[in-house]
Design a protein around this ligand. Sequence first.
Ligand SMILES: C[S@@+](CC[C@H](N)C(=O)[O-])C[C@H]1O[C@@H](n2cnc3c(N)ncnc32)[C@H](O)[C@@H]1O
Length: 265
Amino acid sequence: MVAVLSPNERDPYENLAPGYEGVGEFYDLFADNSDLSFYIEYANKCGSPILDIAAGTGRVTFALAKQGHEVVALEQSQSMLSVAKKRLLNSPTAVVDRVTLVAGSMINFELSKNFPLIILPTSFAHALTTEDQLSILKCVYSHLRDDGLFVFDIFPGEMQYENATFEDKPVQLGDSHTVSRSGEIHSDPSKKLMRMDLRYTIRNVTGTIVKVTEGVSGAALIFKSDADYLIEESGFTVEEESGDFEGSPYTPESGRRIFVLRKGD
Ligand SMILES: C[S@@+](CC[C@H](N)C(=O)[O-])C[C@H]1O[C@@H](n2cnc3c(N)ncnc32)[C@H](O)[C@@H]1O
């Protein structure tokens, strides 16, 4: 369906940003960690150093560093990076020595270093345009060793809701408060964009709301043919592809599309 906007109504898909500023402290509380053993397996296979792109709070970075891997974590959001920095301060020296946090954008980066493994967990679609997506892949290509692997996942555009609401279970905070996360998802397949309006509500011990933090997050809808085009255009070859982190084959009904890429012949 095509939405017709009245003259003073703003396009809800205009100026969409990744939307992590101010909410970094809540990210890990609601994160799905079912991908960690998958990334650890590839880290053990390829070795260090590993580049973790759009590393967020360091959810995957620190899991790899704890396994003995050296990791460079590239992240744009100061809010997410500040959580990663706190994590670093509270880590044992051996882990601290293995982690390097770098502030920067995945769309255009130059680290003057090559990696046997580059990963980009759950974040690729925050590059909203084909041009930006190709730019990421070009940067990855130039930072990947010739025999290295690039591993990333997307939520296939075909499987995204056009309109949905959700409410996660409240999570206990250290100070006897709770935080709950709720949100609305709207997708426009014709624009190939998704908008997620997120709300974090903090309640005290009596259940009274003491703070509400809201944010809008934008993501690209990446359909099968789009992903296939991006990979071919950027000179990568698909080494493996799956529809979940347990290795099930990707099908049109899969909720994820996970790629293991190598440089093309
Ligand atoms: C869903 S979170 C995933 C974080 C982390 N990869 C993980 O799996 O826990 C998406 C992350 O992508 C980051 N991000 C979005 N656009 C970015 C960009 N252009 N450059 C670097 N990071 C970006 C956001 O700030 C956020 O930390």
